[in-house]
Design a protein around this ligand. Structure first.
Ligand SMILES: C[S@@+](CC[C@H](N)C(=O)[O-])C[C@H]1O[C@@H](n2cnc3c(N)ncnc32)[C@H](O)[C@@H]1O
Length: 196
């Protein structure tokens, strides 16, 4: 099972490691890549799990050709965890990830449900929406204050991905007080259609 984790975090990969044979992580942050690769070496997973620094939406000169390599295509599973809210052009991101799935492959997005604070209430809220000026930790990197089911469905449908599923986290997660103290995650999934 060939797996891509965008916004790499080894604990996510480790959670699914019994079910996969290979995982590739991609993240913008050199620190995240280094942590992923160090942990994978410590856990003797480095042969099958490694991470590369880069952005699939705007590859640097060093990754433009790299990301065209066949190892960055035909994934059975792509997971993007807690990163979509950092991406400005979410539709383009979903389309780019869709391109990299194998037929029948599944794209999983884990992120926050739409947050009330600082958002427009339509899930596409930017910091300071509706005149709110309060700054949240790391808010300069946040493009969207969460998503709801209809928005995720629309993103997937516009990208032509099928078999859409959506579930909310069972329990709320503790987050800093500035973010409301509690937030709720969702898991959204969809499948690349198999051509006849
Ligand atoms: C909140 S962290 C989540 C990390 C981890 N996936 C997790 O589940 O805990 C968001 C991560 O998304 C990464 N990120 C944001 N935009 C990205 C992009 N376009 N491509 C790759 N990584 C991105 C950031 O570098 C950061 O490491």
């Amino acid at each position: 099972m060939h797996t891509l984790e965008v916004a790499a975090l080894l604990s996510n990969t480790k959670a699914i490691s019994p079910f996969i044979t290979q995982a590739i992580g991609i993240d913008l942050s050199a620190k995240m890549i280094s942590a992923y690769n160090t942990l994978s070496q410590e856990n003797l997973l480095s042969e099958n799990m490694s991470a590369t620094q880069g952005d699939l939406l705007s590859p640097s000169s060093s990754t433009t050709d790299l990301f065209q390599d066949s190892k960055f295509f035909n994934f059975d599973i792509i997971i993007m965890s807690m990163a979509l809210h950092h991406v400005s052009d979410t539709q383009l991101m979903i389309e780019k990830l869709h391109e990299r799935l194998s037929e029948g492959g599944v794209l999983v997005i884990v992120d926050w449900l739409t947050m009330g604070l600082g958002g427009t209430g339509d899930g596409h809220g930017h910091q300071g929406g509706h005149g709110q000026e309060k700054k949240l930790p790391g808010s300069h990197t946040v493009a969207h204050f969460g998503f709801n089911m209809d928005e995720m469905k629309e993103l997937y449908e516009k990208a032509g991905i099928v078999d859409i599923g959506f579930m909310e986290g069972i329990e709320k997660s503790k987050v800093p007080a500035e973010m409301g103290g509690e937030q709720q995650v969702f898991i959204a999934k969809a499948r690349k259609a198999v051509r006849n």
